[in-house]
Structure formats: C-alpha cells, structure tokens
Design a protein around this ligand. Structure first.
Ligand SMILES: [Mg+2]
Length: 324
C-alpha cells in the first residue's frame, strides 16, 4: 500500500549568506517521503527566495495535491507543478524506483579569492583538470580582469569558470576583456552571463573570443538548447528548472550539440545536494558540478555531504505537516 509524508524543515545558515537583496538567515523547505509498502524514498522541495517564482506556501499546496494524485494512482504531469515541486517529487520517485545510481560526484571547482597560495594547495588536491572559479561583476571590471589574468599567468595549467550574473553593461564587459591577455582567453572555460541581455553576451563573446555559458537564460520563457557561436555550456539548477526528466532532457540536448551541462545547486540542504551529486555523476560524468554550497549552512539534513563536519538534523525530529 502506498503512503506519503511531508516534513517541513528550517535550517540555520551561516551569517554571511546574502541572496541578491536579502540576508538568508535560515533555509526553509519541505521533504516529501513516498513509500510503496516495501521501499521508502525522499525528495526535497525548497523554493529559493529571490530566485524561485513560487513561495514555500504555493509549493506546499502543489506538493500536497500532487502527492494525493500519486496516492490515488492518477497519471502525473510533474512539470505542470511549480519547478521546486516537480524536482523534489521526481527525485523521490526516481529513488523509489531505484533509478538514481548511488555514486556521486562531490568534486568542486575551488573559488579564487584572496591568497593564490591557498588556491594552489586546493588545486593540487584535485584529480584531473585544474578548474577554479571566480565571481566577477561585483567590483570594477578592470580589477576583475586583472585578477583573472594574474591567476592564469601564475598557474599555467589552470582553467577558469567565471560568473557575472548578467552584471555588466557592454562597456564594462569590454573593459574586463581588455585586461585579459588574448593568449589566456581560451583558458576561460566559460563566463556565465556577462551582460544584461543574452544578445549582448553573444556579441561580447564574438568580439573577445571568450566562451560564455547560459544560467539565468536557461530559465527564461521559451529557452531552447541550440548551437550559438561562443556558447559552450548551460548551467542547470534543478530546483528552479523542474523535474529530473526535464533536466536530463536539457543535459542530453546540450551534449548532442557538443556543449557542457553543469548541474548546480539552488542552496538545497544536504539531502537534495547529495542527490544532485549523484545525478551529476550519472548524467554529466565529465563535468565538475556547481554543488559546493554545503558550507553556507550551519546544519545538514538527513544525509551527510562527504567530509562535511556540520551536525546532521534527522527527519524524525522535523514537523510532519501532512500524512496519508
Ligand atoms: Mg550563474
């Protein structure tokens, strides 16, 4: 007999977590637990404030009605629900059907900030290609350009992933590029969303030979994966995109066109984060995912992230808000 339970969690965050305009002091989310009478499986539904279109209340309503349909053996249209619900529920179903392989990709591309010596140590611990990342667009573009140049000059086998979060005007993006030595540009694996609009970003890439990636654009209405000059990757944040099936379809389309797909976090708890690491190992084995967000929390949930010392909250200690 099928049964289901929905838990609600609040997890304390590290004091420095700022999402666009607001400080995130705690992360709120839901856990859906499905049982078919023999196996039990879980998924996490956690809309991210400032990024998700839906609120937690809307997600809760969607999740309850979807779960009811599942219990009634009705046909499910997962992606007609809000993305966080489609993602969490599809993940629980995948786990229930034992379709998600256990092995995970827990590698992270370390962040370049501060001391280059620290970075060298972290990079030496990496197996395979050395890839680090830098957030750009927060300070003067000239400064960003100098930092990128410096790291590429200093570490000769390093590649970089950069992310500007649509932060630059065409002029600022150009100022940045002017500081990056032309011979180093091919070692920028990609720069995510340099300019305010995709059209400006494409023009930037064409003019500078710096490869770009889509992140925000993947969630724009009507987005389709297509070959575009200069675009080498798409970033997929499942909580913001939808069901695992929808994410896998985007990944497969990207791979068919010779592009990378980078599975990335929307600051899910360790429960969903470890599932995303398993999805990454399964579907994007050649690519380092963007899942190094566990340190933003003060506590984990249910499943530990490997080598993470944060205390782990148990589901049994959470409030059950719905059960059937
Ligand atoms: Mg991004």
């Amino acid at each position: 007999m099928k049964t289901a339970k929905i838990y609600q969690y609040q997890l304390p965050m590290d004091s420095g977590v700022i999402l666009r305009e607001q400080r995130l002091q705690q992360r709120d989310g839901l856990v859906i637990e499905l049982s078919d009478g023999i196996h039990t499986a879980r998924g996490e539904v956690a809309p991210l404030p400032e990024f998700s279109q839906e609120t937690l209340e809307q997600a809760r309503e969607d999740l309850i009605s979807l779960t009811q349909s599942w219990l009634n053996n009705e046909e499910l249209d997962l992606d007609s629900n809000c993305p966080s619900v489609a993602f969490g529920f599809s993940m629980a179903l995948l786990e229930l059907e034992k379709q998600l392989p256990q092995e995970g990709n827990y590698q992270a591309a370390p962040l370049c900030s501060g001391d280059p010596d620290d970075l060298v140590v972290k990079l030496n611990e990496m197996s395979g290609k050395k890839i680090a990342k830098i957030k750009v667009g927060l300070y003067e573009p000239i400064r960003d350009g100098m930092v990128v140049n410096m790291f590429l000059e200093l570490i000769s086998d390093l590649s970089l992933r950069l992310d500007a979060n649509r932060g630059w005007t065409t002029k600022k993006a150009e100022q940045f590029a002017n500081y990056v030595h032309p011979q180093f540009r091919s070692r920028i694996e990609f720069l995510e969303e340099p300019c305010t609009t995709p059209e400006e970003s494409l023009a930037f890439s064409k003019a500078t030979n710096i490869a770009i990636a889509w992140d925000e654009t993947v969630r724009d209405d009507g987005f389709t994966v297509e070959t575009q000059e200069g675009v080498t990757a798409i970033v997929i944040k499942p909580t913001l995109v939808g069901s695992v099936e929808k994410c896998i379809s985007l990944i497969e389309q990207a791979h068919q066109l010779g592009m990378q797909a980078v599975i990335s976090s929307s600051i899910e708890s360790s429960l969903a984060l470890t599932q995303l690491a398993r999805l990454a190992a399964w579907k994007t084995p050649e690519t380092i995912p963007g899942l190094d967000t566990i340190d933003l929390f003060k506590m984990q949930l249910d499943t530990s992230w490997p080598n993470c010392d944060l205390p782990v909250a148990q589901l049994a200690d959470l409030e059950v808000i719905w059960e059937n």
